[in-house]
Design a protein around this ligand. Sequence first.
Ligand SMILES: NC(=O)c1ccc[n+]([C@@H]2O[C@H](COP(=O)([O-])OP(=O)(O)OC[C@H]3O[C@@H](n4cnc5c(N)ncnc54)[C@H](O)[C@@H]3O)[C@@H](O)[C@H]2O)c1
Ligand SMILES: O=C(O)C(=O)C[C@@H](O)[C@H](O)[C@H](O)COP(=O)(O)O
Ligand SMILES: [Zn+2]
Length: 374
Amino acid sequence: MTHPASSSAAIRVGVDLGARSYDILIGRGLIDDAGAEIARRLPKVRAAIVADAHVGPLYRQRLADALEASGIASVGIDVPAGEGSKNFAILESVVRGILAARLERGDIVVALGGGVIGDLSGFAAAIVRRGMRFVQVPTSLLAQVDSSVGGKTGINTPEGKNLVGAFHQPSLVIADTALLDTLTPREFRAGYAEVAKYGLIDDPAFFAWLEGNWRGVFAGGPEREHAVATSCRAKAKVVGADETETGDRALLNLGHTFGHALEAATGYSQRLVHGEGVSIGMVLAHRFSARMNLASPDDAARVTTHLRAVGLPTELSEIPGDLPDADGLMALIAQDKKVSRGTLTFILTRGIGQAFIAKDVPPSAVRDFLADTL
Ligand SMILES: NC(=O)c1ccc[n+]([C@@H]2O[C@H](COP(=O)([O-])OP(=O)(O)OC[C@H]3O[C@@H](n4cnc5c(N)ncnc54)[C@H](O)[C@@H]3O)[C@@H](O)[C@H]2O)c1
Ligand SMILES: O=C(O)C(=O)C[C@@H](O)[C@H](O)[C@H](O)COP(=O)(O)O
Ligand SMILES: [Zn+2]
């Protein structure tokens, strides 16, 4: 199979949200068509391209040239790389950068980067002039399959992950899968955890396909575009049905209640990046489900085997440094946004591809499980 060379050959996935509907374009080389794709949808705009210290030097000039060729002038805004940038101070610097460039409400913020840049600059776009439009040009696997789609934007605080933010949908997502070739193996693997998540939520055939084809996804064969498109279709369907997570969108949080607590516990640092937290969290969710007699332990073992095969961490003991005890982790879990009237909601499972939303999960059961696991 050959790769699409231009956006005319791109895979298009629609996110159906009435007046806020938008396209996700997926394919190799699409960054060079970004100006034309944006100008077609958002004529006569100026742009701020937000990028971090890794992605900026690699791709910002190329993107700026593509925008310029379609008459879109741009300025660049720099952000330090890493999860630590999802904070109030860096948010302020992005907001001030947009204002300093005198961008108007009708202009655009372009997030060129991974999920950190997308969440941060999407949130800036949501609050500058009470809401500017923004375009996602995701450059990590995680951002292409998950964070660039669906409009969750925000920052972290010491109290917990993504606790400050807004729902603000992009106007367009341009996922150039060739850009993933420069990702580190660690970051590629981290993004893969969110790919596997879609299989584990409700698509057992996709999970089985991944077990057989993950090497092609990593190597950049046509399996990669298939995995990105399958993931985007799955996410677009959920978001189209429940934009602001009043119901089934919570399924996309599989593995995240544990994972987010672990990210907060490790200070949003390189000790544990988001996708690694999700990998361990999904294993814990499957093991906890087995312990509650909801699922077979064989399913938890199968999930562990696959995530380990691609090189992802699956055990708390793989996180470098000390972790809080079970009570410390429970204090972080208590800040989860799915907590309602003080009770915990978890995404549990009855088996591979059979995740469900479990309300009123007894905290004592989770605490004892964590104490035994630690
Ligand atoms: N909004 C959502 O729906 C959603 C969904 C999932 C995750 N997230 C958030 O996304 C964040 C994680 O995203 P991430 O894993 O992309 O992290 P990231 O943005 O930190 O990117 C990972 C690393 O890869 C580098 N990088 C990105 N693209 C590159 C490329 N093409 N070549 C070389 N290096 C590249 C970055 O500079 C960074 O060092 C977390 O904050 C998480 O909470 C949000
Ligand atoms: O889009 C969603 O909804 C998700 O839950 C996707 C997750 O992968 C992502 O990490 C998201 O940022 C988590 O959202 P949160 O509301 O739990 O902070
Ligand atoms: Zn996630």
